[in-house]
Design a protein around this ligand. Structure first.
Ligand code: DAH
Length: 344
């Protein structure tokens, strides 16, 4: 009886191996596991076996049955998967259809312009670092020659974190210039650094103002830096970004932390200096604020103004991007509108 069962199992296995279709599999099931199969009748006839064999044969037959049943299930699965494969793959593959392209992301336009600006200065030997967006009054104002009662505080509508009456209140930095102080506190000259980053102003938003925007600050300190180094470096920067034959101009301006302070403008690329709406009729577009680092600022950071001098500059990244690409509203940058962002 035992041997018969083994033979039966061997036959079932070898036939199962040759089964190729669902209907063949069904025939196989009926033959080996169906009501009239040899296995089923062997189990049914157990009662007529001598009692001492009944238990052993019964267990053996049940193991074989369970094994065949699980092989059946597995085969069913593979056959039905491959029949799905055939129905998709066989009939409907249209090789003339255009492929589906993978959408590729890109960097935000402001990130792209920041990288470009930093790359220009990196070529000229500047290191790139960043600094905290939550600043202290001391770094944002005081150390930059803007004490508590100084009217220049009005230039910067400030988002305060602590009460602005506190001596060293925290605030969201209104410009990247506080990093000038942190750099000079932490590094010895010669220094050449650029600092890209977010800045904040307590301001109502409109087409040209946002309460958060980006600046790139720059600082160079060495033993013999002059106004000429400032002009050459920044003129070269403007021509790298806006084109080799762009007209560039330096004019004096006032910032408390530089002396002399200045502003650098490029010739309006829309009207070529004639005067238009973009440049407000002046023929020039202001690009950045700059100046020779004020001796008091140097001294406050432990840099001897009798030995060292330096220049600093700061520019608005959104403004430069807007001018360069003719963007009509600063709020586009952070609206999350892909129709706008995809253009860059
Ligand atoms: N921090 C100034 C601002 O936000 C810009 C600026 C002006 C930066 C002159 C400088 C500088 O480093 O020398 O308006």
């Amino acid at each position: 009886m035992q041997q018969e069962l083994d033979r039966l199992e061997a036959a079932a296995l070898s036939e199962l191996h040759d089964v190729k279709t669902i209907s063949q599999l069904e025939e196989w099931r009926i033959r080996y596991l169906g009501k009239k199969s040899a296995l089923t009748s062997a189990l049914r006839s157990l009662g007529s076996q001598p009692p001492e064999q009944r238990r052993a044969v019964g267990a053996h037959a049940n193991t074989i049955k369970a094994n065949l049943q699980s092989l059946l299930n597995a085969k069913q699965e593979t056959l039905s998967l491959s029949s799905i494969d055939q129905s998709i793959g066989g009939a409907s593959l249209d090789v003339t259809l255009p492929g589906r392209s993978m959408p590729i992301g890109r960097l935000h336009p402001i990130t792209q312009v920041i990288q470009e600006i930093c790359a220009v200065f990196a070529r000229m030997g500047f290191q790139v670092i960043d600094g905290p967006e939550v600043e202290r009054d001391y770094y944002n104002f005081e150390a930059l020659n803007i004490p508590h009662d100084h009217p220049a505080r009005d230039m910067f509508a400030t988002l305060w974190i602590d009460s602005k009456e506190d001596r060293d209140a925290r605030l969201l930095r209104t410009h990247t210039s506080p990093m000038q102080i942190r750099i000079m506190e932490q590094h010895k000259p010669p220094l050449r650094f650029v600092v890209p980053g977010r800045t904040y102003r307590y301001e109502a938003t409109d087409a040209t103002h946002d309460w958060m925007f980006h600046q790139v600050e720059g600082l160079a300190v060495d033993t013999d830096i002059t106004l000429r180094d400032l002009k050459e470096t920044l003129f070269e920067f403007c021509r790298s970004i806006f084109g080799r034959d762009t007209g560039v101009r330096f004019r004096c301006d006032y910032f408390p932390f530089v002396e002399p302070g200045g502003e650098i403008a490029i010739e309006c690329f829309q009207c070529k200096g004639g005067g238009c709406r973009l440049c407000g009729g002046t023929g020039w577009l202001e690009i950045l604020g700059t100046g020779m680092v004020h001796p008091d600022v140097l001294a406050r950071c432990g840099v001897d103004p009798a030995v060292y001098s330096g220049f600093a500059f700061g520019m608005g990244v959104e403004r430069i991007t807007i001018l360069r690409y003719g963007v009509d509203d600063i709020r586009h940058f952070y609206s999350g509108d892909f129709r706008f962002l995809r253009q860059f």
